[in-house]
Design a protein around this ligand. Structure first.
Ligand SMILES: C[S@@+](CC[C@H](N)C(=O)[O-])C[C@H]1O[C@@H](n2cnc3c(N)ncnc32)[C@H](O)[C@@H]1O
Length: 239
């Protein structure tokens, strides 16, 4: 599917995920992003964020990188746990919205494949609903490992593949049929949610993503399904 351009503005990235198109698409949805998330996830987004926070298990004083942090909402649980969190994203629109909503957060501009941090900086690196949007997944996984301390933890929260066939069927119907009209009602850019559905369908399943983590050098790789596998948490260690 080609990128969609309206009045010179990119409204929907194509599945080859050109970075400028992805960033422009998120600039466009930034203002209504958090509210749209709550609606389209049928209220599940908050439970998924709690599960990420439990998996990262950040301790007071630890330094956590929340990559692809968008408006910073995914970073809040780490700050609440007493950790120091660096939310990082390459969409100026999302960062600007985040600065207004959460002025206390140290929102930082950066690309997942060329992070502006020294080797071995973070106790934990986490990324929620963003890795799927990065053009070079393998480069991002290697880059996250570079900036993690020796022994540091990685937690990825991403849409995945429901393991129970009837749920998979209903969910696919939801993505392809119900999500676009709901997005039209609540989002500033419904086209972006067509990309969402397409990119979820094209994303590797749980074992496929686990293999990528291992190839990038992460060890003790494991995953846990949330909501029947609609979302999966993958973890690894930099050992
Ligand atoms: C769906 S949002 C997720 C935001 C937040 N983590 C959350 O859970 O609400 C995906 C974010 O990833 C960012 N992103 C995509 N590709 C990126 C890249 N290569 N480097 C940095 N950020 C990227 C987008 O700009 C967007 O803000």
């Amino acid at each position: 599917m080609a990128a969609r351009v309206n009045n010179g503005y990119v409204t929907r990235a194509s599945l080859d995920k050109q970075p400028h198109e992805v960033a422009a698409m998120f600039d466009d949805v930034a203002a209504k992003y958090d509210r749209t998330n709550d609606v389209l996830s049928l209220g599940q987004a908050r439970a998924w964020r709690r599960a990420v926070a439990e998996a990262v298990d950040a301790k007071p004083g630890e330094l956590v990188l929340d990559l692809g942090a968008g408006t910073g909402t995914s970073s809040l649980p780490f700050e609440e746990a007493g950790a120091r969190v660096v939310p990082c994203d390459f969409s100026v629109g999302m960062l600007t919205e985040g600065k207004q909503r959460h002025p206390e957060l140290a929102l930082t501009a950066g690309d997942a494949t060329k992070l502006p941090f020294a080797d071995g900086t973070f106790d934990a690196v986490t990324i929620s609903f963003a890795l799927r949007n990065v053009q070079d997944t393998d480069a991002a996984l290697r880059e996250m490992r570079r900036v993690a301390k020796p022994g540091g933890k990685l937690v990825i929260c991403e849409f995945s593949t429901p393991t129970w066939t009837p749920l998979r069927t209903v969910y696919t119907e939801y993505l392809m049929r119900a999500l676009p009209p709901v997005a039209t009602a609540v989002s500033s850019n419904p086209d972006a949610y067509v990309y969402l559905a397409e990119s979820i369908r094209a994303w590797p399943d749980q074992p496929g993503l686990a293999a990528k983590l291992q190839e990038a050098g992460w060890s003790k790789v494991a995953w846990r399904n949330l909501t029947g596998g609609i979302v999966a948490l993958h973890r690894g260690f930099n050992t």
